[in-house]
Design a protein around this ligand. Structure first.
Ligand SMILES: CC(C)(COP(=O)(O)OP(=O)(O)OC[C@H]1O[C@@H](n2cnc3c(N)ncnc32)[C@H](O)[C@@H]1OP(=O)(O)O)[C@@H](O)C(=O)NCCC(=O)NCCS
Length: 175
């Protein structure tokens, strides 16, 4: 879909007033749903890495992420990791770069405000569109998790290394 010259696009952190629209987009676009308390908790703890895309004042996409202390792939041991938990754009607004814009904003904050060493996410192995989007932004497929999703589909864990040292892990391994 192409953009109308009169359209007004804004990528900004989410607020509590956005939550009903965000939850509706999540239900419309993804099989993985969460209770209201889950969205609210993320907003309260990590509002600066929870973004929405707005077109003409209407929420058309969101990106939810958080910060965790956990195992790292690129070096041995634990570290501070950014986790992209959920991202979706309403179907009629896809292919215009909105997910790229939200991801770029969140990656910037994770790297420069939270100093995370790596960013992790899970994606269905059949979701080629999303995998291409993440690869474009520097994520690599690091592991394949069998039956990660409730319907039995495997996930890839994709990782973007932000540490100054190169990533020690190179290939997809089965977990
Ligand atoms: C995945 C999703 C968030 C992408 O949103 P989007 O705003 O359309 O993404 P963008 O316009 O920023 O596209 C970014 C990249 O994704 C890939 N992509 C987007 N649409 C594509 C398509 N129809 N076919 C193949 N690749 C595509 C391309 O690499 C594209 O980069 P390019 O435009 O430079 O070629 C959106 O398709 C969506 O909401 N899907 C359903 C929910 C979902 O699967 N979320 C991800 C869960 S892990």
């Amino acid at each position: 879909m192409t953009m109308d010259a009169n359209e007004y696009v804004k990528i900004r952190p989410a607020t509590k007033d956005d939550l009903d629209d965000i939850i509706a987009i999540n239900i419309e676009c993804l099989p993985e749903h969460y209770p209201y308390s889950f969205w609210l908790e993320h907003l309260e703890k990590w509002s600066d890495v929870f973004y929405v895309a707005e077109v003409n004042g209407r929420i058309v996409g969101y990106l939810l992420s958080r910060i965790e202390e956990g195992a790292t792939f690129c070096k041995s041991g634990k570290g501070r990791v950014g986790h992209i938990v959920s991202v979706a754009v309403k179907e009629e607004y896809r292919g215009r770069g909105l997910a790229t814009a939200m991801l770029s904003a969140v990656i910037y904050v994770l790297q420069n405000v939270y100093n995370v060493e790596e960013i992790h996410l899970e994606v269905r192995i059949s979701n080629t569109k999303a995998i291409r989007l993440y690869e474009k932004l520097g994520f690599i497929r690091m592991a394949q998790v069998r039956s990660y999703y409730l319907d039995g589909e495997d996930s890839y864990i994709m990782v973007k290394n932000l540490a100054p040292t190169p990533c020690r892990a190179k290939s997809v391994e089965y977990l």
